[in-house]
Every structure is written in structure tokens, then in C-alpha cells.
Design a protein around this ligand. Structure first.
Ligand code: ASP
Length: 436
């Protein structure tokens, strides 16, 4: 169909100089027909995102504080962009409407969405593309969940007749016209839905990094960029905290078989990372990426003949459920089972849970190991290659890291190890160096 959907994140549209880069990128390829902008992001580390300012505006009105002092910052951001681009465009008119609506008690969703809305108006004008308000094409149910079918239909109906358009990210509306937003970072989701709805051949997601890195650059010096990664590998890595893309952005394009290309607005010639359904032999590496997280607790339960006791694990899991605690992982052996729980989930419920397990399951022993970190070594290629696990363990042993727990998912694309929090950085470095 020759359509490429381009989504630009907040840092790509933070000021007029970024807008200029965006225009060059969009106009460099005729296929870039549908553009999805975020609201202006931070221009430097001390700056504020416009979306955050808008949430603040809403909070001011709710608590009865005058809006002017904070709305002026929102106003300044947009007026400066229009002026510096030399556009003859009356953005003040739109800003006035937004301010009046906010003062009249507009909803939080409405407030938050105006950053994308106003940025979209300016970008459409600057590119000479049509502006399509996202509330026409992102359709939500009244309970705030997206109606995917209605959204797909609306996208086809509306964009089917428009050659080139800017569709603001992050929000849509329910059938009563109430504005509803996705969760934070949700412009990624808009871009994915527009890609699926228009049958795009590619979804380009432009940010300020040249794709995904094999490991966290705060831990590993100059890690390699991942050139190709499958959706499944990305899920495994992002659940461990390596996220550049909103998680819900994957599903619409995955279902439609559309690749995502993570690109850098500040360095457009870099190839970035392609997220695809299947990598071929040339594209896939044994290990695609390494990610991890600190601060887990492992509850290790032992009972002789556990394997023949019906319902043992069910009892353990229902205790977690009753305490509203979700677990990360559950490795087991013949007479033991461990549940790995993030400390943010467990909070102050640990003692209660342990007591309840003792009472319900009558284990021989139950031991709690705090201060654990998990490291996931992920790669589709490991299913075909022998010796990957041994390489991970040897690397950790050589680095003097004690492995407390090992788990390999049945999909064979992830080897998970549990180590002490204090060994976390050392562990990541050791595994990265073994596979780079
Ligand atoms: N502007 C919204 C946020 O800051 C959505 C986005 O940028 O994707 O979360």
C-alpha cells in the first residue's frame, strides 16, 4: 500500500529546531503519509513536559487556584514554536479555547490531551498536511477502554479519503465526545493503531535514541545497538525494564504483521532497531539483549513428596492472589517451589503471606531471600544453539557472582538468573561481555 506511519515523540517536537528536523524527515520520503505527534517534551533535563504542565493546570482548577500562572508556560511553549518556525498561524485562538475549557472544569483527560492536539495543529500547518482530530478516529467505550473495531473502522473511513494527515497521539473520545487518553507515553499506541488501520508497510517510531541497546548504557559502556528484534524478545526484555516503546503499542502492529522501526530524529541516518515478527538467520543473534531489575524477594518452599501432593501450588498462588500480590516467576523442582516477587508488590505483606503459606501448605521449610536481582538473557537464537546457558553461568562464575536461582522459559528465548542485588551491575557486564 506504500504507506509509512511516522510517530514523533515529545523530545522530537520539543521546540522549533526539532520541528525543522521532523519536517525534513517526513518530506524526505513520500510514503510518510500519516504523522502522529506527541506533545512537546523536555528541551533539556531541567525542562518540563507540556503534558505534565497540563496535568498541573487541571489540578490548579480542581483545587480552586488561578490557572494563569501555570497556563502561561503552556502558552509560551506553543507561541515560541509558531514564531520561530515563521508560521502565519493563529495558535493563540486555540490556546484561548483550551484555557476557557479548563477554567470551566474540563476533565483531566481533556487537559492532558491538549498538548498533542495543539502540537498536531501546528505540525499539520507546518507540513501542509491535513489535521485529523484523534477524537474522530480513536474510539473508546464509556468505561475508558479502547473499542478496537470501531477505531479500525473509523481510521479506514476517515483516512481512506485523506492522502496526508497529522493525527495527534495519546487520546481519543468515547461516543459522547468525552476525551479519553491512553496511559502515559500513549502516542506510541496511537501510531500503532494508525499503522494497522491504514495497512501501513512500516511503523516508524522516532525518538531520541538510535534504537534499542543490547544492555543498559549506564552499566555497560557503549553497548551495541540491536538491529533486529522479534516482538517476543522485546516483550521479554521490556518486562525486565528495558522499555523505549509503550508496551501496548506492539499488539496492534503485531496482529497486522507490520514492522516497527525505532529511529532517532537527531540522527536520522542511523538505521535504528527493527521490531519484527520473525528474524531470519542473518538478522538473529544468539543473544539479542540483556536486561534486569533489582529488588525482588524469593519465597522458597520445601516439602518432601510435594510433586505428588495435589493442589500444592494452587494453594500458594491463591494466597498471593488473596493478598493482591502478583508474582514474577515460579521456578520449581521435585520437592521445592519458589515464588519470585517484586518488592514493590510485596511491600509489608511478606510476614502475613509466609504465615498463611505455613498454615495452608504445612511445608517442611519456608525461607525468604530478600535483596535479589533478576537478569534476563534473551535471544531467539538460543533455542538452536548449544552452550548458551553454560556461557551465561561461566561468565557469572568468572565474575565471582553467586547464582541463587535459574529459570529458562519453555519458549527457550530467555535464561533468567537470580543473583544478589549487590552483584547486579557486575552480572550484567559479565554476560554482555561473554556474548558481544
Ligand atoms: N504526551 C504524553 C505523555 O507525556 C503521551 C506521549 O508522549 O506519548 O505521556
Amino acid at each position: 500500500m506504500n504507506i509509512v506511519v511516522t510517530k514523533f515523540g515529545g523530545s522530537s517536537l520539543a521546540d522549533a529546531s526539532q520541528f525543522k528536523k521532523v519536517k525534513n524527515i517526513v518530506l524526505a520520503d513520500k510514503k510518510r503519509r500519516y504523522v502522529v505527534p506527541s506533545a512537546p517534551g523536555k528541551r533539556n533535563s531541567k525542562d518540563k513536559k507540556v503534558t505534565d504542565l497540563l496535568y498541573l493546570c487541571h489540578a490548579h482548577v480542581e483545587t480552586g487556584i488561578a490557572l494563569d500562572d501555570v497556563f502561561k508556560y503552556v502558552k509560551e511553549r506553543f507561541i515560541e514554536i509558531v514564531e520561530e518556525l515563521g508560521l502565519d498561524y493563529n495558535i493563540e485562538k486555540h490556546l484561548e479555547i483550551v484555557k476557557k475549557d479548563l477554567e470551566a472544569g474540563a476533565s483531566k483527560g481533556y487537559a492532558a490531551s491538549r498538548g498533542e492536539y495543539l502540537n498536531g495543529l501546528i505540525l499539520a500547518e507546518y507540513l501542509g498536511y491535513e489535521f485529523v482530530d484523534a477524537q474522530r478516529v480513536m474510539i473508546f467505550d464509556e468505561d475508558g477502554t479502547l473499542d478496537s473495531e470501531a477505531t479500525d473502522k473509523a481510521l479506514k473511513d476517515v483516512l481512506g479519503n485523506i492522502e496526508r494527515a497529522v493525527i495527534p497521539g495519546f487520546y481519543g473520545a468515547d461516543r459522547n465526545g468525552k476525551i479519553i487518553t491512553f496511559s502515559r507515553g500513549g502516542s506510541d499506541v496511537t501510531g500503532a493503531l494508525v499503522s494497522a488501520g491504514t495497512g501501513a508497510e512500516l511503523y516508524e517510531n522516532w525518538t531520541d535514541v538510535s534504537g534499542f541497546l543490547m544492555a543498559d548504557p549506564r552499566i555497560v559502556e557503549n553497548p551495541e545497538t540491536i538491529s533486529h528484534i522479534t516482538y517476543k524478545e522485546l516483550r521479554e526484555l521490556s518486562y525486565m525494564g528495558a522499555s523505549v516503546l509503550h508496551e501496548e503499542a506492539i499488539f496492534p502492529v503485531l496482529a497486522a504483521g507490520i514492522p516497527i522501526n525505532i529511529k532517532n530524529t537527531n540522527s536520522p541516518e542511523d538505521k535504528g532497531t527493527f521490531i519484527i515478527e520473525e528474524t531470519n538467520e542473518k538478522q538473529s543473534k544468539t543473544v539479542t539483549g540483556i536486561a534486569g531489575k533489582k529488588d525482588f524477594t524469593v519465597i522458597s518452599i520445601e516439602k518432601a513428596m510435594m510433586n505428588s501432593e495435589l493442589g500444592f501450588c494452587r494453594k500458594v498462588l491463591s494466597i498471593l492472589e488473596m493478598n493482591d500480590v502478583s508474582f514474577e516467576n515460579m521456578p520449581s523442582s521435585i520437592d521445592t517451589v519458589c515464588v519470585v516477587i517484586s518488592d514493590s508488590e510485596l511491600r509489608n505483606k511478606k510476614d502475613r503471606i509466609v504465615q498463611q503459606i505455613k498454615k495452608a501448605c504445612d511445608p517442611d521449610s519456608i525461607v525468604v531471600h530478600p535483596n535479589m536481582a533478576l537478569i534476563a538473557t534473551v535471544g531467539k537464537g538460543m533455542a538452536q544453539n548449544k552452550g548458551v546457558a553454560s556461557k551465561v553461568f561461566t561468565a557469572l562464575t568468572k565474575a565471582d557472582v553467586n547464582i541463587r536461582m535459574i529459570d529458562q522459559g519453555s519458549s527457550e528465548i530467555n535464561i533468567l538468573v537470580g543473583i544478589e542485588n549487590d552483584d547486579f551491575e557486575k552480572g550484567i557486564k559479565a554476560i554482555y561481555n561473554a556474548f558481544k
